[in-house]
Design a binder for this molecule. Structure first.
Ligand code: CP
Ligand code: NVA
Length: 324
């Protein structure tokens, strides 16, 4: 049947604005990122006062998970329902994605029915291929290279507790992984500095991390001793020694990372009002001591909750743009 006969367009109308994706932190400008952080505060305040905010009624978020998740799933799912929309949850095991349907075909099909797609997968190239063929915005819910929604939440949490992050220093202690890469992008975009200390062999790959951004000495410095990285920092943060997908390296990593455990001495080297963050899940006694993650400087539970608030602002922005 010719859709023209029904008056229903099967293609995207000419002149429609280009679809925006959030595949890495640098996909949004400094202004846009600041808008989303401010909007998240507005949306969070509404939620906390039981004031309905449902701009996405009738819209659907498809969530594709090729790796495990607790926070990302709950925060996107709860957040989308709160915005008035609904959610479809797919995994590799229960969809044709796990049976070798080309990613380009999956993108074409899913984006004909869903209005937004969130993907957690392995290589960044996979989400990029999906986005290339998607008619709707695609959000990175974690890849091997980046975790932009987490860093949005972390920065929002910092601002909630301490005010603007511009000009501050973040100490990264641990693996040069998806979180570290994303911190570097955020620092370049928002004007703060990251002191990075990783074991030898686990350094940040600057080319991947920076992407299209200019990373200068004012936003990124490396330290061989994690204690030095923490000195006078405003925020100390770390992550698991072994990220998802790298489990085969677990034992060798345990040896390499043994002294990259955030402890009370490192927190004492940081500023007296320094915060501690961890994207979670955490392994007490590995990358962080219980005294730190369960101590007074830790804001990890706020950090987890704020995933939901910032992602609500992000989803609203990607579909509706700035709302005055
Ligand atoms: N921090 C984070 O992304 O947690 P999940 O792996 O539980 O989603
Ligand atoms: N770097 C970790 C983050 C988990 C939320 C991983 O990729 O497994």
């Amino acid at each position: 049947m010719n859709p023209a006969n029904l008056g229903i367009p099967s293609t995207i109308p000419q002149g429609a604005p280009p679809v925006r994706h959030y595949l890495q932190f640098s996909d949004l400008s400094t202004d846009e990122t600041r808008y989303i952080l401010a909007r998240a505060a507005f949306i969070k305040a509404k939620f906390k006062t039981f004031t309905r905010h449902q701009p996405l009624v009738d819209r659907t978020l498809a969530m594709i998970f090729e790796k495990a998740s607790t926070r990302t799933r709950v925060s996107f799912e709860a957040g989308m329902y709160q915005l008035g929309g609904s959610v479809v949850h797919l995994t590799t095991g229960d969809s044709q994605l796990g049976r070798a349907e080309p990613i380009e075909d999956s993108a074409r099909v899913i984006s004909r029915m869903a209005d937004l797609v969130m993907i957690r997968t392995f290589e960044q190239t996979k989400i990029e291929r999906f986005a290339e063929y998607s008619r709707v915005p695609v959000i990175n819910g974690l890849t091997n290279e980046f975790h932009p929604c987490q860093i949005l939440a972390d920065i929002f949490t910092y601002i909630e507790h301490r005010g603007p992050i511009q000009g501050k220093t973040v100490a990264w202690v641990g693996d040069g992984n998806n979180m570290a890469n994303t911190w570097l992008q955020a620092a370049a975009l928002l004007g703060f500095k990251v002191n990075v200390s990783t074991p030898r062999g686990y350094e940040v790959d600057e080319e991947i991390a920076t992407g299209p951004l200019e990373i200068s000495a004012s936003s990124y410095e490396t330290y061989s001793d994690p204690m030095d990285a923490c000195r006078d920092a405003d925020l100390v943060t770390t992550d698991v020694w072994t990220s998802m997908g790298f489990e085969a390296e677990n034992e060798i990593r345990k040896q390499a990372f043994a002294t990259w455990r955030v402890n009370t001495d490192m927190m004492a080297a940081a500023k007296p009002d320094a915060l501690f963050m961890h994207c979670l899940p955490a392994h007490r006694g590995e990358e962080v001591d219980a005294d730190v993650i369960d101590g007074p400087q830790s804001v990890v539970w706020d950090e987890a909750e704020n995933r939901m608030h910032v992602q609500k602002a992000l989803m609203e922005y990607l579909l509706l743009g700035k709302i005055d």
